[in-house]
Design a protein around this ligand. Structure first.
Ligand code: G1P
Length: 275
């Protein structure tokens, strides 16, 4: 079983400046809920109750969000707006939240390694809150845990992207696993390749199940693309041993790290709420 979900949440969110100058990008709301709350709900839907959040300077609002605000509760108690806090209160009741700070921004791989102290020696999920996922049935993490249970190795979620966008993602190459049309055994992976160097158009999105040996690999991983320690490079080490599965998830992903994706997500969830 997967008990813990790691949320790397230390990044600056520069694509959303000035909104992210004093507000963590994970706290930007799609309708009335901040992005990270959607992520926590997805993890909970997958049976995960332990949330491990890697934060950085200027991210305290995340901790306050997953805590009780006594003044606010007192103020609205018994009133017509009290129900608006029901959802978040229920999350707080069902989950534990722990935090550690990434002191220097040295990449996603480094952020995940910073989370080792919260995870320990067990397989765990990683969720990047700015990739907001919507699925009709089981959530994406839940789908991935089923895949993990079958193959017992690291799992990355993938989707097809237009070939001219490969330089925005980790891109995999792999062989379809027998009898499936959505599950690949990864043979190669490259962080943000130029289209001409990309091994495919299968892009990793911000959902991972990682086995804990990834931490020792990350400790040895040299800075890669952009001078940062990349989780894609560490995963390639596992893939060389045949220990990474890529899973084409069922559902939709919105890149809420971009204004366009954010607007699409907002419209999607608004229309969903109208139905
Ligand atoms: C990170 C990863 C990349 C992955 C992407 C998914 O990139 O490095 O491999 O495809 O998340 O969102 P970032 O978007 O943080 O630059």
């Amino acid at each position: 079983m997967i008990h813990k979900c790691l949320f790397p949440a230390a990044g600056y969110g520069t694509r959303f400046l000035p909104a992210t100058k004093a507000t963590p990008k994970e706290m930007l709301p799609v309708l009335t809920k901040p992005l990270i709350q959607y992520g926590v709900e997805e993890a909970l839907d997958a049976g995960i109750h332990t949330m491990a959040i890697v934060t950085g300077r200027g991210k305290r609002a995340i901790e306050d969000h997953f805590d009780i605000s006594y003044e606010l509760e007192h103020q609205i108690k018994g009133g017509s707006k009290e129900y608006l806090l029901d959802e978040i209160r229920s999350l707080i009741d069902q989950c534990t939240f722990s935090y550690t700070r990434q002191v220097e921004m040295k990449g996603l791989g480094h952020a995940i390694l910073t989370g080792e102290t919260l995870i320990g020696d067990e397989p765990f999920a990683v969720l990047l809150a700015d990739d907001l996922c919507a699925a009709d049935g089981a959530g994406v993490l839940k789908q991935m845990i089923e895949v993990y249970e079958k193959y017992q190795c690291s799992v990355v979620a993938i989707e097809e992207v237009p070939m001219d966008q490969t330089d925005k993602y980790g891109i995999i190459a792999g062989d379809l696993v027998d009898d499936t049309n959505d599950t690949y055994r990864v043979t190669d992976m490259v962080e943000k390749p130029d289209p001409k160097d990309a091994p495919s158009n299968l892009a990793i999105i911000g959902r991972y199940i990682l086995t804990p040996d990834i931490f020792d690999i990350l400790k040895e991983t040299k800075p890669g693309k952009g001078g940062e320690i990349q989780i894609t490079d560490a995963l390639l080490e596992q893939a060389r041993q045949g220990k990474v599965i890529a899973y084409k998830f069922k559902g939709r992903r919105f890149d809420c790290g971009s204004v366009e994706g954010f607007v699409k997500a907002t419209n999607y969830f608004y229309e969903l709420g109208q139905q």
